[in-house]
Ligand binder design. Structure first.
Ligand SMILES: Cc1cc2nc3c(=O)[nH]c(=O)nc-3n(C[C@H](O)[C@H](O)[C@H](O)COP(=O)(O)OP(=O)(O)OC[C@H]3O[C@@H](n4cnc5c(N)ncnc54)[C@H](O)[C@@H]3O)c2cc1C
Length: 431
């Protein structure tokens, strides 16, 4: 049998070295579990500007995990804090406002509304941070390069997994073979490992496509994230770090799929005009910079998270609409819970591929994942339309919610990922 790599005999094989797989590998290998990480793409490609144009909103709880696995220090220069969030019900439509800011129907969150010490002793942290996905990948790759107990192979695509009693046999596309007690599916929404493990899933489309691009703008965003709910779908403007003397924001703009090819083909000035029609002039004159990307919006939920010898994390287990910027954050909480279950099992000498260990993780994560999936799905359905009675009801809802401080505080804590039975890493504790 051709050998995969000299060195560590893996106890766990993580298939998929995306954002979630790399975070998990840093956690398990860093805690002393021999880990193999297999990624289909060549590593240098993962940090190129053309590979993934997205930025992610990293919630406070996820930042704690990234710090706990030793990756945050490598990201810190590239993060932009979210200090305020303004969600508005597209007031521009009715001619009520020229921009989201001026609409009377909005919810405004300020991180200062949570008293000092409410989240972390002695501080008043921001809600989270906006970071380019390629900067997260760059930081994680640096951390993995110095992590012991880890074998990282790429490019290498897993072509088949067979589950035998007590072992999983993985075959790579180039013919190499690997045996591991536990295979972790971190291979995204189209997960092949999920299929080989015989785990089904439910999926449906939203009839929306997200356009993602970066814009430079005249005025400083001052750490404010905007979400404007428009009939075709939510439009978000997320505050990024300045670069080359420009103020920048990342746009996640969900649209009717029929007009997306046309929008993507516009020259910069015409696209800027379309953005201004939807967002207004709050940030002054703006201009798209860099490549443009598009992603069809679909929801996916796996029927189970674990079976004997296999477990699912991140988008392989649940892929949700980005309306609340929570997909990766859910994946990071999966990582924190699974790493804790595995590390505790490893210390006790348990079989890491056994359902007894894996079901602890599955039970732990199911509620949080279902809650966020239901919440984001409901939000998209409630707002992505222009029916007058619904519009009136949700505008009144916005108005009332904005005045209800205890409810707003609860929503803020949820958005920061610090509610419920939290794994040690999310609480800022070592594994
Ligand atoms: C437009 C948009 C905006 C978003 N914004 C946010 C946000 O602000 N905040 C947030 O928290 N989330 C956000 N998300 C969600 C977030 O991007 C995803 O949840 C996250 O990227 C999932 O990471 P993952 O590692 O699970 O999967 P993926 O990123 O899909 O990674 C899977 C990896 O597995 C590899 N792979 C696949 N098959 C194989 C195989 N057979 N063998 C080996 N390797 C394989 C792939 O090459 C890839 O690197 C957004 C999503 C979209 C679409």
């Amino acid at each position: 049998m051709p050998q995969v790599a000299p060195g560590v005999a893996p106890e766990v094989a993580i298939v998929g070295g995306g954002l979630v797989g790399m975070t998990l590998a840093a956690a398990t290998a860093g805690a002393g579990i021999p880990t193999l990480l297999i990624e289909a793409e060549p590593l240098p490609a993962l940090t190129e500007a053309t590979f993934d144009g997205r930025s992610s909103a990293i919630a406070y709880g996820s930042q704690q995990v990234l710090a706990g696995v030793g990756a945050w220090d490598y990201l810190e220069a590239d993060v932009s804090p979210i200090r305020e969030i303004r969600a508005s019900d597209g007031g521009w439509r009715a001619g009520l406002a020229k921009s989201a800011h001026e609409s009377p129907f909005f919810v405004h969150y300020n991180h200062r509304d949570l008293p000092e010490g409410a989240i972390a002793a002695g501080t008043q942290p921001p809600f989270g941070w906006i970071v380019e996905n390629r900067a997260i990948r760059r930081g994680l790759l640096k951390r993995l390069a110095e992590t012991p107990n880890l074998t990282h192979i790429a490019p290498a695509r897993v072509a088949e997994v067979q589950f035998e009693s007590g072992n999983a046999a993985l075959r790579l596309q180039d013919g190499r073979e690997i045996r591991a007690r536990l295979v972790i599916a971190a291979d995204g929404r189209h997960s092949a490992v999920r299929r080989f493990a015989g785990i089904g899933f439910k999926e449906f489309g939203y009839n929306q496509t997200a356009i993602v691009c970066t814009v430079a703008h005249e005025r400083d965003h001052r750490g404010v994230a905007h979400e404007n709910f428009l009939p075709a779908g939510p439009f978000a403007m997320l505050p990024m770090t300045d670069a080359e003397g420009m103020h920048r924001s990342s746009i996640v703009w969900t649209e009717d799929p029929r007009i997306v090819p046309w929008l993507l083909s516009l020259d910069d000035e015409s696209l800027a005009a379309e953005i201004e029609r939807r967002f207004g002039t709050t940030l002054g004159k703006l201009m798209p910079i860099g490549p443009r990307f598009s992603y069809p919006m679909r929801l996916l939920l796996a029927d189970a998270y674990a079976r004997d010898g296999a477990v699912l994390v991140g988008d392989a287990a649940h892929a949700i609409h980005p309306v609340a910027g929570q997909g990766f954050n859910l994946g990071v909480r999966d990582v924190a819970a699974l790493a804790e279950a595995l590390v505790d099992g490893h210390r006790l000498g348990l079989d890491l591929g056994s359902l007894a260990v894996l079901e602890n993780y599955a039970r732990w994560r199911r509620f949080d994942n279902l809650l966020l999936t239901g919440f984001t799905d409901g939000l998209v359905r409630l707002f992505s339309n222009d029916l007058p009675p619904l519009r009136l009801a949700r505008d009144l809802g916005f108005f009332a919610f904005n005045l209800a401080k205890p409810l707003k505080r609860m929503a803020m804590r949820h958005a920061m990922g610090v509610v419920g039975d939290l794994p040690r890493l999310v609480r800022g504790l070592p594994l």
